[in-house]
Ligand binder design. Sequence first.
Ligand code: NOJ
Length: 549
Amino acid sequence: MEFSRRAFVLGTGAAVAGAALLPSAAPAFAAARPPSWLSNTVLYQIYPQSFADSDGSGIGDLRGIIEHLDYLQWLGVGAIWIDPVFPSPFTDAGYDIADYEAVHPRYGTEEDVAALTGAARARGIRVLFDLVAGHTSNQHSWFLDSLRDNGDDRYIWARPDQLPADGSLPESFVASPGPRPGAFMKNYYDTQPALNYGYARMNPDEPWREPVDAPGPQRNRRAMREVMDHWLKLGISGFRCDMARSLVKDDPGWVETGKLWGEMRAWLDREHPDAVLISEWGDPAVSVPAGFDADFFLQVNGPGDGAPWKSLWKDDPYFGADGTGTTEVFLDAYEQATGKIGSGGHVLLPTANHDSADRLNNGVRTPEELAVAFAFQLTWPTIPSLYYGEEIGMRMVTGLPDVEGSAGRQRNRTPMQWDGGKNAGFSTAEPDQLYIPVDPDPHRPTVEEQLRDEGSLLHFVRRVLALRRRHPELGTRSGVRVFHEDYPLVYLRGDRFLVAVNPRRDAAAATVDDPRLARARHVEDSGIRVDGSRVEVPGFGYAILDLQR
Ligand code: NOJ
């Protein structure tokens, strides 16, 4: 039996017995960063359109979230991140913002935001908003102004005389709708003009480039600080920063982009020290040292373009019945990231999100394969990021029509399934009025049904979250020592909890040299067999053992 003695120790957590500690980089924000509430939290992502509709409009809203805070508290999450709820023409489901400092009426009002943050905080839950700093909607007044003012520098504009004579446009440029002549740079869709944060280097072939300290780029930085200030004063606890690495253009190594966020971080440290910045970047080894408190392993970007995430959940995944996957890519990336981050921040690990990180229940996995994935996600020292509905095993639903620029991503955005009533309890609207149809499967899981069943996935997720909360050994600040990297994956948390997960169909065994094994308390156990130092885990099985009893 082959052993891995990989050990990862973060911050000031318990040392790992018998393993050499990896050197950790000097933390960039030693004393205050990140706030301890973030280090101890579990994040829950709410896609607001699809979570809960309080007024029968067919679209979820802020009041709907407020009405379900008791559920979230019961589940045991410490923070919710809500995708954009701002005025928007919705060509990209709200990631095309027309006003950063208001709420779109379909979601409610600013009073509702204050009510939400207050009610959430009373339940020990923080609320994070999305900060879409890289671009606005083409309907934002800033952009409309820039169409009428040839000298406006909020966006990246190329004059007609700077464009190719053959009428083609440089990559990522979009022809102006007028009256301003020329073309502007987009950041994502054509309807999302890139805000001008400048370029890291000049290029005589692209005379529209401005340096990062030019007036336009500096003005946009100030504007984003004002946006953050606005929401933080209404009780928001921080931001998930959309496309965070995209701000400064042509920036090899993201040096200038990193400086920009470091500057934002320094400002927050002075003005709102308890607030956090987490990035949609996908490369924690780069983003966290730049100033973020945490970054996701995503389905894109970073080493191998999302390889750590994909190797767990998507491409020949370790969490796959055939058992052909490997943990190596994930463990290597985790080792590299924690080595760079030290105690200065965290890696966030989602199973899914509203983009193309498909739900665990993706049409390939069967429901019996889900618990083992959570046994891992909720006991690894990353911060778990739960996407709404994952906790009951909601499905990725294919074949639905596009909505608001979803471009296929609607498959992961169907309404939350609360109960067996109309529209699964999501909304009282007529089914054809819903933002996205409810999963049509007559056997779709619901919160109500799983609440009644102690053996459900929902109860399992809740129990493991409660365990994680009660025992810092299972949190982000305690070490992990990997005993076995293959099937099953076996690791020790904080020299106390031994976790074994076997996501393949066939049983798998490992040898664990720890004299405490025989007398361990089986806190969670789907049916493992311990025989001396041999641990055999059934197919799709898992166990969490307390070696200290
Ligand atoms: C990333 C967001 O998660 C995605 O939904 C959006 O379409 C793009 N950024 C553009 O803002």
